[in-house]
Design a protein. Structure first.
Length: 248
């Protein structure tokens, strides 16, 4: 995948992995349309590079997704890459009544939004040279972390959908690529920690971005980073490792 002079629609672009990806893509000479819900954070990111354009959008809202697709085709007709990176993560415990709002939010943002947004923009992408859809999933696509079971399930489902999308879109000339990070040092899942402003440890964001970009440039369809490679080969062993570590 050529990562120069592309126009990339990047969801979850205001913080964490998305923010770092936006900056790196801009450094490589691409135009980035960074999406997020927090306008202040989006403004901070777009101020760092003239190549980054901010757009506020709540991907949980299907109507806003439709509006976004119409807007981006009109305002950025050179769009040739969708990078579905946005996600939310909450604690899961089926031993008591679940928080249905949080469960539905994870399904909507982590799974339905990438699928819906891609479907809305397929016809446009098919007119562009070497278009691509990139989905960020996780090592948890192969084996769940029980404490965040719904999040894990959405990543497993998006992994499966990525395979189906790749098959369906091959004759339209659209590449479907999956980036599968391990645990990364970001603030996602803040409610799982005593200090909600702390990070969760794991791979440093710059290293994740380095490996993701290298995988994109080398043409990998599944970019397995860190624990993801092991989880794909031996999900049962990684399941026990992750969940035993998490129980202490």
């Amino acid at each position: 995948m050529i990562l120069n002079d592309r126009t990339i629609l990047l969801t979850g672009g205001s913080n964490g992995i998305g923010r770092a990806l936006a900056l790196r893509f801009a450094e490589l000479g691409n135009t980035v349309i960074a999406l997020g819900r927090d306008e202040a954070r989006l403004a901070e990111v777009s101020a760092l590079s003239p190549r980054i354009h901010a757009r506020q959008c709540d991907l949980e809202d299907a109507a806003q997704r439709v509006e976004l697709a119409e807007w981006v085709v009109k305002e950025h007709p050179d769009l040739d890459v969708i990078f579905n990176n946005a996600a939310v993560q909450y604690r899961f415990d089926v031993t008591q009544p679940i928080d249905l709002v949080k469960a539905q939010q994870q399904l909507e943002i982590n799974l339905l939004a990438p699928l819906h947004l891609a479907s809305l923009l397929v016809d446009h992408l098919a007119t562009r040279p070497k278009p691509a859809i990139v989905n960020t999933t996780s090592a948890l696509a192969f084996t769940p972390l029980v404490e965040i079971g719904v999040y894990s399930a959405t990543k497993a489902a998006l992994h499966s959908l990525s395979i189906s999308m790749r098959y369906q879109l091959r004759e339209r000339g659209i590449d479907v690529i999956e980036v599968l990070p391990p645990k990364v040092d970001t603030t996602i899942g803040a409610e799982l920690r005593d200090d909600p402003n702390s990070t969760q440890g794991g791979m440093p964001v710059p290293e994740l971005v380095r490996q993701a970009v290298a995988g994109l440039e080398s043409g990998e369809q599944e970019i397995l980073i860190g624990l993801s490679a092991q989880a794909k080969v031996d999900p049962e062993a990684i399941f026990h490792r992750l969940n035993n570590e998490n129980s202490h």
